[in-house]
Design a protein around this ligand. Sequence first.
Ligand code: C2E
Ligand code: MG
Ligand code: MG
Ligand code: MG
Length: 283
Amino acid sequence: KAKTSGRNRAVVYQEHMNEVLQLERTIEAELREALRTTDQLSVHFQPLVAQKTRKIVGAEALARWHHPKFGSISPVKFIPVAENSGLIEDLGDFVLRKSCALGAEVPGRTIAVNISTTQLRNPGFAARVFDLLYETGMRATDLELEITESILLDDEHVSAQNLRTLRSSGIHIALDDFGTGYSSLSYLRRYPVDRIKIDRSFVSQLSDGHDSVAIVQAIITLAHAMNIQVTAEGVETEEQADILGRLGNNTLQGYLFSRPVKADEIVAKFAGDPEVSGSRQVA
Ligand code: C2E
Ligand code: MG
Ligand code: MG
Ligand code: MG
């Protein structure tokens, strides 16, 4: 009996895997098509807010895909497919181009762009970023590239070289989703970064007396000791923002301030919040 149910379980698992693979192939084919005209694709921007002044100092670019039949598809679903299929090259280029176009329009504001590990492994990546900055007229110092901790484990020379080249031109590098991966601050000596973004999973637990307060405090203290700025992701309540302020956090991002919005809406938000001295000052 155990054998049969074991076999059945294997069959069910196999069927499930087939469905998953089929879905991935469908997403890949549809995304390939979407990238031909890019009509279904867009980039939204979520405000980055200075902790002390609560002014909008920049925005993070987030890819959006609206499929005519399937509706909105989350980047959590299509980014991994894009990475596994090589489509991330074209998609990443599209996002960077839109981000640089916005950045040129709003000098002095930081535009943060998520970069996949796959893109960084391309030897031509840094040159491509410089081309886009030149074409659009965006300043290098207004661009921030968000990479994930997985890159820190990547011994590949190419990624490290790209990061060094980009950084030496004044582009800032942020480590995204900090705390979810390997989080060894010792890696930060090998790949210097300007900012870490504390993952939403820590921020969402922030309340007085909770362990996560001590964790976030430790991250901020270490980061500042290494001259690294800190952004807290996924801030949804005034209590979280308040605790983060007490812990010395630099920049806030989350639904408490705004959801990601269209390019023209972020331009309007910037225009309505003009007194900005920049997001780079250390608290
Ligand atoms: P991420 O880079 O960590 O981006 C932050 C995500 O958190 C976004 O989800 C944003 O909408 C969401 N978020 C912001 N504030 C809050 C909040 O207060 N509460 C909650 N619950 N969520 C909040 P989104 O847009 O669905 O993107 C998910 C992930 O997909 C991103 O995480 C990033 O890893 C990836 N991604 C999105 N666009 C791109 C892209 O252009 N390129 C690459 N390589 N990855 C991208
Ligand atoms: Mg990000
Ligand atoms: Mg993040
Ligand atoms: Mg995150």
